[in-house]
Design a protein around this ligand. Structure first.
Ligand code: SAH
Length: 440
């Protein structure tokens, strides 16, 4: 039963991976680009997956085309042995159970399967879904919750995304920009806590030119060596490239929704195809590629979310931020209801089952509408928490949605403890200081 069906070919670099995949596709070989398992220690975050029987010939074609191969591995089917046994007694529809059975056997889920999972009804089905995702997370990534620090360094934005609380049209919003020194001060604080990754997020702020961002990246790398995630919105390809050359590691640019109509409706300044193109550039340039979606946008259905999830899989996305829509004051969507916590958790869970080896944050947006939201997400497949480290004098004005909860170390403590999980070993800060605080 533990039959190996696919081999994973790892290449010397992202451009070799992309060129190699094209060579194989042109030769008529069926391939897929999948996130590379971490234990194979790759230079490139994406592996080319081929059928086992095509492995030798693929290797030959790649070598003939001067593609550097750094390794070829058997893909172990991700099985969850005993899953069905654990949930058999519950009230679960046959159809639903048969999909979890596919998960148990390590089979791929179809679009229809994903829709059925997202439509999980009643406590038993939902719990079974969350349980499956939780086991998948544990199997693949273990119990440590990765903690990262985010700095929202500017709320100036040239765009008017209809849901966003820092959109250009919000003329009453007090705008701020942190300067390089202020940002570096926080970066050093995060570094001294032992954190490994800093996330630099902002509106699309033209003041922060290519050169200014470049200087910041260079300083962070030189002074702390931390990993850098950029979340600056859309930029010209050469800027993505420049930042990567200077050492940026990850780029987070969410697709927000793959329903083109909804996308264009909520993003008056954006072009859907261009957004996807940006995401492809990010991948090509060798970034760890971050995407994600908003749950509960006007008009969005389970089918749309299923497409989002398949998009993440097909694009080989490595980090996927899934959060509920939250109406922000003064925006065109302020009167719309917030997205449901439950649908968000289902989307997180299904994403874990479909995309498997990916970073899934328990998002800040979830914590803003449900105090236990992050704990729940950690129990439904999530494995990462982002601390918000924007100085408090600015935080109020970076409310991309209203009532945004401040995710600090203490709430991370609470979420991680609540989900019975482990703090990262690299922390130089004793999280147990929060253990006897009444509201910890
Ligand atoms: N300007 C950058 C960073 C945006 S803020 C960019 O465009 O990529 C980061 C994320 O916050 C967005 O990608 C979006 O998914 C989320 N967001 C913004 N407003 C929101 C809202 N009202 N409800 C839920 N999520 C929101």
């Amino acid at each position: 039963m533990n039959e190996i069906k696919h081999h994973l070919i790892m290449t010397g670099s992202t451009s070799h991976m992309l060129r190699g995949d094209k060579v194989l596709k042109d030769k008529g070989i069926e391939t897929a680009l999948v996130p590379a398992p971490a234990e194979y220690g790759s230079v490139c975050a994406i592996a080319i997956r081929v059928r086992k029987e095509d492995s030798d010939i693929s290797e030959k074609y790649l070598r003939e085309n001067d593609i550097v191969i750094s390794g070829i591995y058997e893909e172990k089917p991700q099985r969850l042995t005993g899953l069905i046994e654990k949930i058999r007694n519950s009230v679960i529809r046959e159809e639903f159970l048969s999909i979890l059975k596919k998960v148990e056997e390590g089979l791929e889920l179809s679009f229809e399967d994903i829709v059925i999972l997202l439509k999980a009804e009643g406590t038993a089905e939902k719990e079974a879904l969350f349980k499956a995702a939780d086991e998948m997370r544990k199997e693949i990534l273990g119990d440590v919750v990765d903690i990262r620090g985010a700095i929202e360094f500017s709320n100036y934005c040239r765009k008017d995304c209809k849901y966003c609380g820092v959109r250009k049209g919000l003329t009453t919003l007090e705008r701020y920009r942190m300067d390089e020194e202020e940002i570096m001060e926080i970066v050093h604080e995060l570094h001294s806590l032992g954190l490994k990754t800093v996330i630099l997020q902002s509106g699309e702020d033209p003041f922060w030119t290519k050169e200014k961002i470049g200087n910041l990246i260079t300083r962070i790398k030189k002074e702390t060596g931390m990993r850098i995630t950029l979340s600056l919105g859309e930029r010209p390809r050469e800027e993505f490239e420049y930042f990567k050359e200077l050492g940026a590691d990850n780029y987070l640019l969410k697709i927000e929704t793959t329903n083109k109509d909804i996308f264009e409706y909520v993003h008056p300044d954006d072009d859907y195809d261009h957004r996807i193109e940006c995401s492809k550039w990010i991948r090509e340039l060798g970034y760890i590629n971050g995407s994600g979606c908003i749950i509960g946008l006007p008009g969005q259905r389970e089918e749309d979310i299923a497409k989002d999830i398949l998009f993440f899989k097909d694009m080989g996305i490595n980090m996927i931020g899934i959060g509920p829509f939250i109406p922000a004051k003064g925006t065109p969507l302020e009167k719309y209801p917030h997205g449901s916590v439950e649908m968000t958790l289902k989307a997180v869970a299904v994403t874990r089952l479909v995309c498997k080896r990916v970073y899934l944050p328990a998002t800040t947006a979830l914590a803003s509408i449900d105090p236990d939201g992050q704990t729940k997400a950690l129990k439904a497949g999530a494995n990462t928490i982002m601390l918000i480290n924007t100085p408090s004098k600015y935080r109020y004005n970076y409310q991309i949605y209203s009532g945004k909860n401040m995710i600090d170390l203490k709430s991370a403590y609470k979420a991680i403890k609540g989900a019975n999980r482990q703090f990262p070993p690299y922390l130089k800060f004793d999280m147990e200081v929060f253990s006897d605080e009444p509201n910890a």
